[in-house]
Design a protein around this ligand. Structure first.
Ligand SMILES: [Zn+2]
Length: 418
């Protein structure tokens, strides 16, 4: 029998600080996992990734099974050898991506879909997902489940919860790799009784950790908290709990307050590439004209590689001329900021000051009810006013500067995993 892979270090109400034990690695929880869809954190080398304090990253089974194909990764010796990423890697099951496709056919056996790149009809099932993830050699594999679309009706949701339980049972049976942890996923949409039923059925099967899926699909912060309140009382306290696809600071702190240990989201990396960075006084957009001559680091409180060596003015310049180093430096900072944010949260649980920390997050990163897409860069040369401050304000707000060109092709709102 495997040892318990997660141990508690301290609690503050329902919030927990702990350590997740993986083959050859220890991960301090609560923790945030950056998303490296294609077995790479976009624009950042593994060398710089390690300087950010990130402890574990996520890679996407769906994408990697298509290109380069798990056979190539296996031949290279697994994801770590192939990518050069030494940190632990969690792979999702591919279910989230497949269920977000339009042309798909769901049967008891699995899902048939059209691969978006070459139009090839492809089949994914619990057994196939386990085969791919074991070949990829990630440290944590996720079961194959059905991610309910936001707005699914009750009868579909009921049938789906049953199917997900059967698929997770098949996932467990097909999983044989002893050096890889396997996490189950609770579904059930936005119905409290279905969440309870899914929680009970999934834990009955027995996994190394438990994830809560089906969130970050456009439901908003309050609905997310409601689902956690409905679900977590039915989840045992002895295992790692992973909230999938969630990553705004307010979601992280409220998730932790309810007993979540692990999160993943594209937010810090995707935001960075559009010049949006997180600071101890709020979120700012480095492409704003006010940073053109700003010789302070991104965040005067930050010790990351970017903040130790470069000014806001330099990042502003790189981002405005579309130099890829601008994305790299902003991503390094954001990943460092998120890792530090989680470490501070963990310390506050251990030191008994979590509620103070939680209140502070609400002040600096209040709930964003608009869920607006990140706007495109402003037109170059507009607005030359330069404001000097040690750390910019206002907190939290990401605004289009006055006179900014409307986005020609607005990006979709963040919907978690991609
Ligand atoms: Zn920094």
């Amino acid at each position: 029998m495997k040892p318990v892979p997660w141990v508690s270090v301290a609690v503050a109400g329902d919030a927990r600080a702990g350590v997740l034990h993986l083959a050859g690695h220890e991960v301090r929880t609560p923790t945030f996992m950056p998303v490296g869809t294609q077995a790479a954190i976009r624009t950042v080398s593994p060398l710089h990734l390690e300087t950010t304090g990130s402890q574990i990253v996520l890679a996407n089974t769906y994408h990697l099974s298509q290109r380069p194909g798990e056979d190539v990764v296996k031949k290279a010796g697994g994801l770590h050898a192939f990518s050069g990423i030494k940190l632990p890697i969690l792979t999702d099951s591919g279910g989230f991506q497949v269920f977000s496709l339009e042309k798909k056919e769901v049967t008891e056996e699995g899902v048939t879909f059209t691969y978006e790149v070459d139009g090839q009809r492809t089949f994914l099932s619990p057994e196939r997902s386990m085969e791919v993830q074991q070949d990829l050699g990630s440290d944590i594999a996720m079961v194959f489940d059905e991610c309910l679309p936001f707005g699914a009706d009750r009868s579909y949701a009921e049938a789906s919860v049953g199917r997900t339980t059967r698929w997770e049972r098949r996932s467990k049976a097909a999983h044989t790799r002893p050096d890889q942890s396997l996490f189950g996923i609770i579904q059930g949409g936005f119905w409290a009784d279905l969440r309870k039923r899914s929680a009970e059925e999934i834990q009955e099967i027995g996994f190394d950790g438990i994830a809560i899926g089906g969130l970050s699909v456009g439901e908003g912060h309050r609905a997310m908290c409601d689902v956690l309140d409905d679900t977590l009382p039915h989840v045992n306290k002895t295992q790692a709990r992973y909230l999938m696809g969630v990553g705004r600071p307010i979601d992280l702190v409220e998730g932790v307050a309810r007993g979540i240990d692990m999160f993943d989201c594209v937010l810090p990396t995707r935001h960075a590439r559009s010049g949006v960075v997180y600071t101890t006084t709020g979120r700012i957009r480095l492409t704003d004209a006010r940073f053109r001559k700003d010789m302070f680091p991104v965040d005067t409180d930050c010790r990351c590689y970017t903040c130790s060596n470069f000014t806001r003015a330099y990042l502003h310049h790189l981002l405005r001329v579309d130099e890829v180093l601008g994305s790299t430096l902003a991503t390094i900072h954001n990943l460092h900021w998120f890792a530090t944010f989680m470490d501070k949260m963990r310390n506050s649980i251990i030191e008994g000051s979590f509620q103070t920390f939680r209140r502070r997050v609400h002040e600096i990163y209040p709930e964003d009810t608009s869920a607006k897409p990140v706007a495109s860069y402003p037109a170059i040369g507009q607005g030359q006013g330069v404001k000097r401050s040690t750390n910019p304000s206002p907190a939290g707000a990401v605004r289009k500067p006055a006179g900014a060109r409307p986005s020609a092709a607005p990006k979709p709102p963040f919907k978690g995993r991609k």
